[in-house]
Write a protein that binds this ligand. Structure first.
Ligand SMILES: Cc1ncc(COP(=O)(O)O)c(C=O)c1O
Length: 356
């Protein structure tokens, strides 16, 4: 990236994790240019060939059992749709989410988001939401009852500090939801499309969600969200939920190109290899301020003993853009196409900054 003064940066913010295939990926640009000259908008009440191709493609790459899809325009809209689907399907209203979970900023998704700073200015939020500590199955067992429509969870909490779930926890959640008739919604808005080293993070755990929320990198940088769902989700007929812009042909063409690029270039495999290398390199940094390094693939967090802001500024001065996750976690979400050399430069600069 270049700023208005022409200074060059290695961008490990990537539009908050959106630019998985890089900025202005030529395949995406070509597809958007072409589609812009054919048809930009087409409401979902009409058939559209590009949208139909994308829906088929999404279902073909989705984790097992997810054979239906709804298209929208952002992560928070995907989460809203998932909450509505869960309530519609189960006839129950309760949603149990996790402490430090982040699911978006519209009222339903915000009600599932834990961070008080984001919630408190907007109280009262939507009723029926509760939060329990992450990675503690016993807490979830105490919270899921016969009015619980869904458990809503990130496989790796992103904004909450790059915290991966344990395999036992996710296995337990799946069994608990089955036992108590609740749906399991997995929010992969940040982890989806290769970021963690698999196309979807739930594949690391062999986890089969009932509803999967996607957005960020799905359309190569254009706004788009998607909800995939399976046979356990009942009562869903066309028209129960909708969106004017959702599934517009322009975003669909961009998404088809982005997904092709991700699959053709094995970006999940690249993220796994590059992420493993970077995490090992970062773990080797000896600095008093570092509490630990966490992550999966190219979703990496360095947990610091102090506030992160000054380190982000120092990195920016060295030409590296990174982002926080909470107050004390330095987070890297680079495009998955980052080169080995660029990644090494990021790690070298991080070492210099954290040991200065
Ligand atoms: C896990 C998760 N869910 C939902 C969202 C909300 O997505 P959006 O900002 O596109 O509404 C985000 C955004 O960072 C996210 O990380």
């Amino acid at each position: 990236m270049w700023d208005d003064q022409g200074r060059e940066y290695i961008d490990c913010v990537a539009g908050h994790g959106v630019a998985i295939v890089g900025h202005c990926n030529p395949k995406v640009v070509r597809a958007v240019r072409h589609q812009a000259g054919v048809l930009i908008t087409c409401p979902e009440v009409f058939y559209n060939d590009v949208r139909a191709r994308l829906l088929e493609r999404l279902v073909s790459i989705a984790p097992r059992g997810l054979e239906r899809a709804f298209l929208c325009n952002s992560g928070t809209e995907a989460v809203e749709a998932s909450i509505k689907l869960a309530r519609l399907s189960t006839g129950r209203s309760g949603i149990v989410a996790a402490v430090r979970g982040f699911h978006g900023r519209t009222m339903g998704a915000l009600s599932a988001t834990w961070e008080p700073r984001y919630r408190e200015p907007y109280l009262p939020l939507v009723p029926g939401f509760s939060h329990v500590p992450f990675n503690r199955l016993a807490a979830m067992e105490g919270a899921v009852d016969d009015n619980t429509a869904a458990v809503l969870i990130e496989v790796i909490q992103g904004e909450g500090g790059v915290n991966p779930a344990t395999p036992e926890y996710l296995r337990g959640l799946r069994a608990l939801c089955d036992e108590r008739g609740a749906l399991l919604i997995v929010d992969e808005v940040q982890t989806g499309f290769g970021r963690t080293g698999k196309l979807f993070a739930c594949e690391h755990y062999d986890l089969e969600p009932d509803i999967l929320c996607l957005a960020k990198g799905i359309a190569g940088g254009l706004p788009m969200g998607a909800v995939l769902f399976g046979g356990r989700v009942a009562n869903v007929r066309p028209g129960r939920h909708g969106s004017t812009f959702g599934g517009n042909p322009l975003a669909c063409a961009a998404a088809l190109a982005a997904i092709d690029y991700i699959v053709e270039h094995d970006l999940p495999g690249q993220a796994a290899r590059k992420g493993a290398w970077a995490q090992e390199r970062l773990r080797g940094i000896e600095a008093r301020v570092i509490r630990g390094v966490r992550g999966m693939g190219l979703m990496i967090g360095i947990d610091l003993r102090v506030r992160v802001t000054s380190y982000l500024r120092a990195l920016m001065e060295k030409g590296i853009l990174a982002l926080p996750a909470g107050r004390a976690v330095l987070r890297f979400l680079p495009p998955l196409v980052i080169s080995d050399e660029e990644l090494a430069m990021v790690c070298d600069a991080t070492e210099e900054v954290l040991t200065a």
